[in-house]
Each structure stands twice: as structure tokens, then as C-alpha cells.
Design a protein around this ligand. Structure first.
Ligand code: FES
Length: 690
């Protein structure tokens, strides 16, 4: 390592560098700046770590630190105060951010653009974002925000944020300005005195018989504190949300399930030492043949992904009416097979966890989608009661279902417990993709009949989902695919079977839509095919079959109220017929966990000094605006200034609510906050004061 000097945000800075250290690492770890976010280092593909280097906007993770010698580096922290205010205000009032992880890098790119072109067009703004990825917003509002910021920087008046707090008002998302400026820490931004760092060794092949782990070289790396393996787990090594089939470490003598299996971990004084030590762990193993498609996995002679369990994880069936007779009597019958692909969530914040040993409990900072499920599993791993583990949510940088399962919280908690030191670990982008569950690839074979007018008569569907290596919530995803197989249409007779099949591929689990999307693709495609056969258009066949009050949904549930589909179809009818190229598709999705599971949300309102109120819930903020919605639910009833309201999610408060999935948190959490707010309002009317 050698010293170099450069100017950082207008002041001289001395960095310790070598040939491998990136500028991003120096800025984050030596300068202590957190506005450059690490989304993909060292790929330079997401733009989250963008800074200005001699006036050029560059991804700092691909700039070798030693090349910054003598350079002028500007990060978001170094912008002029009035520029920071304008960018923060512009993104807040336009809703130009959701999770906020990508925004600091985007603001630097916007600053670079506006410095060179004070009146950029929307197209020029979009082109300036070519090196940036946002997985939440869809970019339109980001362009709005940059357009507004450019106007503000030209001296035009900026709109005032709407802090009325009412439901339906345009309340800026909670912490918007701090997120825009990169000041609100994500887990990897947390700085803890004396923290150790964790890194992990993954299985080199999908299916190996792991004979021996040799860490003798790894422990000699300077700074290494401990190597951790399966034999160090005092409690239950196998975890999972619904089935305990996912080992936090695979043990010697066991067979791996996929390349996402973790075999060992290293705790060291620096992340670099931990990763170097991981690279020096030697494995003795036999590579075994695996199964990589559901068809192969279901063959009688197929190797079992999990010893002691057949490769068929679950079978969901829905049967109503006489499908054979209905198809035989149909004017038109068509059969098609559809295949959907495995999809990665690509949330921009990779998995990260921090664990801090404490007096009465181990404190874990999690970005997961359910802190109470995190706590249950971590306590089980450590072999302690749940009151010995305290999990605090750090609102995450995108999840989309991919952070429902434990990622590395369990291993990091174990490392902290074993060393009695605070431990942090953050996955690289490659490791993140390797570890967390994906959207299920499915093969859907549909036979659908209709009468001569295009009215559906029967549906037979056979759905097979590639579950990958671990159950996660996959059985429920395939159950959901079955339940939504007929889409939002009346089908008098259905015969649906949906299988979740283990393979040695990466695991699959929750992702936006939770199985309904794949079915929607199949049934909507079938409707287009049938419409063509009977000679009507795509809008008309949907209108003739649309569910309405009193109709029976695919699962047999009778709809008690109108579901809005017919109104929606009428609303788009003119636009559909006005365009010769228009296509049309409908969708239906349950709210909450569904499948008969009782649903509940919980909230505690804590009145603090000076009229501040904190909303405690068990749900997760992951960019969807949950906290902001809860603040509106409260303010709408008691009329408090939303800037006086705070939110907190941790296991110290008795608010277990299950997973945060889709709109579930907003619906259930919102009802809970409203109920609590009404009680608070009654207290206030009775003379209590905030
Ligand atoms: Fe852009 Fe979440 S707001 S990734």
C-alpha cells in the first residue's frame, strides 16, 4: 500500500492505495462517505457509485484508486448547499425515488449534465442516464425530477412539498431528501466501531459430495479471526420460511443442492482479508450428476435434490365441473404450451447484514421482508430463545420478493455470536444473484374451449414449475399459479394441476405477482387465439368473459362485489378500437397471502416528547412507500403534521404481521394504523395531548 493525494470535495485527501483498490472503496471505507452506493462493484454497470472525477461522471467502482492521484473528486456530499437543496426538493416533490438506492448516483449524473447543459431536453436527460439502472421507478419520474432540478438551478421557483398528510395527497416519501442525497444509511452504509467483516465460500458446482473443507491456509491470512463452518452451528442448521430444507452451511459429508449453497465463512478485520482467506479455502469433493429440469427431476431414477424427499415438492389441484364433457361440447377447443423463464429480481442493493452482540440480546440489522421471520430463524440457528435476538429493519434498496428468505442474516449473526464482536457482511452482485431465489420458470399446457360466441366453456391446465434447490415459498407460488390459471374470466369447468419440482438449479421463490404472472401469460394468449378462431376481436372476447359480481372465480370463490374489470374494459374500449396496433390483456391478483391463510396487521403508536409520534409495525419498507402510506393513514385521522411522525420496525414491539408481499403491508398495516389512530383520536378528544 502507498499513499496518494487528491482533492475530495474541495479539500486535500490522502488515501492508502494499491494496484487493486477502487476509488469507490477509498471513498466509502477511507473517506467515510456513503453517497456512492455499492450496487455491483467492480462491474460499473449500475451507476450507483457515480462521482465526478476531474469533471467527468464516472462509476467509481471501476476507477482504480491509484489513478485518482492529483485528481479533483466531487461526490454528492461536495455539491453546493443550494444545489443539494434543489436536487433533494426536485426528487421529493416529483416522486422521483422509491427505495432510493440508485438516486445518489443519478443526481451526480444530473449535476454533470446540467453543468454542461443548463436547459436539457427530456431526451437529453434520458441519454445522460444511459449508465444508470433504477429497478423501482420506471425512469419517467426521475426525468421529471431532473427536469425540475434544472429549472430550479436556472432560478425558477421550486414547488412546495405537500405536507398536508391526507390520504390522496402528494406527500413526499418518508426520508426522501436524505435518500436523494445518499445520507440515509442502508445496511452496508452502517459504520460500527471495531466491526469485523464476513465473507463466504459458495459451492463450486451444483451438486457435490463435500468430503472435506481445508482452511489451514485461510486462517494464516493476516487479519483473519475465525473460519466458520457447519460444525459451528449450535442450533438448527436447516432453515426456511415454509420448509426447513435450506442449510446455512453445508457440512462435510453432505451433498450440495446448487451453486448457491454456502460451505464456509471467514470473519476478518477487513473485507479484503476475509475474501482473500475465502479464496484460500481448499475443498475435497466429488462432483455428482444433478437434475436441471423438472422433467428430468421427476424421472423415477433421478437423483434426489434433497436426501429423504422426493423431487416433487408440491401438487396443487383445482377441479370444478365436468371438463371432458364441456370440451367435447365446445365449438372451439385449442391446446397450447407456454414456457416462461427464470427471472432475477436485480434489486440494486445487494444482500447485507450486520450483527452486534449486546448485553441481553444479539442485535441484527436486516434488510429482509419480515423481521419476525428473520428473528425466528436466527434464534433457531443460534439455539437460543427468540427474546435473545433483536432484529431491526433497515429499509432496503429494493427487494421485489427476493429478500423474503433469510439471505446471510443467519450466518452473520452466528459469526457475531462466535466472535463476540460486531460483524458485517455484504454480498457482491455475483454472490447476490447466486444466493437469492428467482421467479419460477414454468411450463403451462392449456386446453381451453369456448362456444361459437367466444364464451369460455372449460379449461384444463397442467403447470410445472422449476422450484430450484430450495422450497422457499415455491409451493405457494405454484398454488397461486393454479388459482389464477383462468385469469379474471368466467370458466364453468376447470381441471388444473400445478407441480413444484425440486431441481439443482438456483432456488425460486417470491417475485412480483407470485405465480399469477405466468398464468396470466398463458390464459391471455389463449383468449387471443380463441378470439381469432371465433371471429371476434381481443377486447370483445374479454368483455364477454369478464368476471363480475356473483360470478365464480377459478377456485370456486363466488365474487360478492363487482371487481372493476368491466369498468376498466369500458374505460379503455375507445383507445383500443382507435389504434389498429392495440393489444389488450387483463390481470387478476389476490391481495395478501391468500389461499385461506388468516391475515392480520398490527401497529403500535408511541407518543413521544414534543408531539412526535412513532408508528411501530412489523412490515417492511422496500421502496414501495409503505412508511409514507402509514404516515398518511395516521395523519388523515388525527391531523398531525406528517413531519412529526416517525416509523420503526423491530422485534421489540409486539407487531408480528408476516411477510411484506406486494400490497399486503399497505392493506393490513394501513388498517392497523387507522384503528390505532382512531383510538388515539378518542384519547385526544378526551383531553389527552400530544
Ligand atoms: Fe431506483 Fe429503487 S429507486 S432502484
Amino acid at each position: 500500500m502507498r499513499s496518494i493525494e487528491f482533492t475530495l470535495n474541495g479539500k486535500p485527501f490522502t488515501a492508502r492505495v494499491d494496484d487493486h483498490l477502487s476509488l469507490m472503496a477509498v471513498l466509502r471505507e477511507q473517506a467515510g462517505l456513503i453517497s456512492p452506493k455499492n450496487g455491483c462493484a467492480p462491474q460499473g454497470s449500475c451507476g450507483c457509485c457515480t462521482v465526478l472525477v476531474n469533471g467527468r461522471a464516472l462509476s467509481s467502482c471501476v476507477v482504480p484508486a491509484h489513478k485518482a492521484e492529483g485528481a479533483n473528486i466531487v461526490t454528492l456530499e461536495g455539491l453546493e448547499p443550494h444545489e443539494r437543496d434543489i436536487f433533494a426538493r426536485a426528487f421529493a416533490v416529483t416522486g422521483g425515488l422509491q427505495c432510493g438506492f440508485c438516486i445518489p448516483g443519478i443526481v451526480v449524473a444530473a449535476k454533470h449534465l446540467i453543468d454542461h447543459n443548463p436547459e436539457p431536453t427530456r431526451r437529453q436527460i434520458a441519454e445522460a442516464l444511459n449508465n444508470h439502472v433504477c429497478r423501482c421507478t420506471g425512469y419517467v419520474k426521475i426525468v421529471d425530477a431532473i427536469d425540475l432540478a434544472a429549472r430550479g438551478l436556472r432560478g425558477e421557483p421550486m414547488p412546495e412539498p405537500d405536507y398536508s398528510g391526507k390520504i390522496g395527497s402528494n406527500l413526499p416519501r418518508q426520508d426522501a431528501e436524505a435518500l436523494v442525497l445518499g445520507e440515509r444509511p442502508f445496511v452496508d452504509d452502517m459504520r460500527i466501531e471495531g466491526v469485523l467483516y464476513g465473507a463466504f465460500l459458495f459451492s463450486p458446482k451444483p451438486r457435490i459430495l463435500l468430503r472435506r473443507i481445508d482452511a489451514s491456509e485461510a486462517v494464516r491470512v493476516p487479519g483473519v479471526v475465525r473460519v466458520v463452518t457447519a460444525r459451528d452451528v449450535p442450533g438448527e442448521r436447516y432453515q426456511g420460511l415454509l420448509s426447513r430444507d435450506w442449510p446455512i452451511f453445508v457440512a462435510e459429508g453432505e451433498t450440495t443442492h446448487c451453486i448457491g449453497d454456502i460451505l464456509a465463512g471467514v470473519v476478518a478485520a477487513s473485507e479484503r482479508a476475509a475474501r482473500e482467506a475465502v479464496s484460500l479455502i481448499r475443498l475435497d469433493y466429488d462432483e455428482l450428476p444433478g437434475v436441471f429440469s423438472p422433467d428430468d427431476a421427476l424421472k423415477p431414477e433421478a437423483p434426489r435434490v434433497h436426501a429423504g424427499h422426493e423431487n416433487l415438492l408440491s401438487r396443487s389441484e383445482i377441479r370444478r365441473g365436468d371438463v371432458d364433457a364441456a370440451l367435447a361440447a365446445s365449438a372451439v377447443v385449442e391446446t397450447r404450451t407456454f414456457e416462461t423463464q427464470r427471472i432475477e429480481h436485480a434489486f440494486l442493493e445487494p444482500e447485507s447484514a450486520v450483527a452486534v452482540p449486546g448485553g441481553y440480546a444479539l442485535e441484527v440489522f436486516s434488510q429482509g421482508q419480515g423481521v419476525f421471520d428473520d428473528r425466528r430463524q436466527i434464534a433457531s440457528i443460534l439455539g437460543v430463545t427468540e427474546d435473545k435476538v433483536h432484529v431491526t429493519l433497515v429499509a432496503n434498496g429494493g427487494a421485489f420478493g427476493g429478500k423474503e428468505d433469510l439471505s446471510i442474516q443467519g450466518q452473520v449473526a452466528l459469526m457475531a455470536a462466535l466472535t463476540d464482536r460486531s460483524v458485517k457482511a455484504t454480498l457482491s452482485r455475483e454472490e447476490s444473484i447466486r444466493l437469492h431465489p428467482k421467479r419460477h420458470p414454468m411450463r403451462l399446457t392449456y386446453t381451453v374451449g369456448c362456444d361459437g360466441d367466444g364464451r369460455l366453456t372449460a379449461l384444463r391446465a397442467r403447470i410445472v414449475g422449476d422450484k430450484g434447490a430450495f422450497a422457499s415459498v415455491g409451493a405457494k407460488v405454484l398454488e397461486r399459479a393454479a388459482g389464477h390459471a383462468a385469469g379474471p374470466y368466467k370458466v364453468p369447468a376447470v381441471d388444473i394441476e400445478s407441480l413444484a419440482v425440486y431441481t439443482n438449479n438456483l432456488p425460486c421463490g417470491a417475485m412480483r405477482g407470485f405465480g399469477a404472472n405466468q398464468s396470466a401469460f398463458a390464459i391471455e394468449s389463449m383468449l387471443d387465439i380463441l378470439a381469432e378462431r371465433v371471429g371476434i376481436d381481443a377486447w370483445e372476447i374479454r368483455w364477454r368473459n369478464a368476471l363480475d359480481a356473483g360470478d365464480t372465480f377459478c377456485t370456486g370463490q363466488v365474487l360478492e362485489r363487482p371487481v372493476g374489470l368491466k369498468q376498466t374494459l369500458l374505460a379503455v374500449k375507445e383507445a383500443y378500437y382507435a389504434s389498429p396496433r392495440a393489444g389488450i390483456a387483463c390481470g387478476i391478483k389476490n391481495v395478501g397471502i391468500g389461499n385461506g391463510v388468516p391475515e392480520h396487521g398490527q401497529a403500535v403508536l408511541e407518543v413521544g416528547v414534543g408531539g412526535h409520534v412513532t408508528i411501530h409495525t412489523g412490515f417492511t419498507e422496500m421502496g414501495q412507500g409503505f412508511f409514507t402510506a402509514m404516515i398518511q393513514c395516521l395523519c388523515d385521522i388525527i391531523g398531525i403534521d406528517p413531519q412529526m411522525v416517525h416509523t420503526a420496525v423491530d422485534t421489540d414491539y409486539p407487531t408480528p404481521c408476516g411477510m411484506t408481499t406486494a400490497s399486503r403491508a399497505t392493506v393490513l398495516g394501513g388498517r392497523a394504523v387507522q384503528d390505532a389512530a382512531r383510538k388515539l383520536q378518542m384519547d385526544l378528544e378526551g383531553g389527552a395531548r400530544l
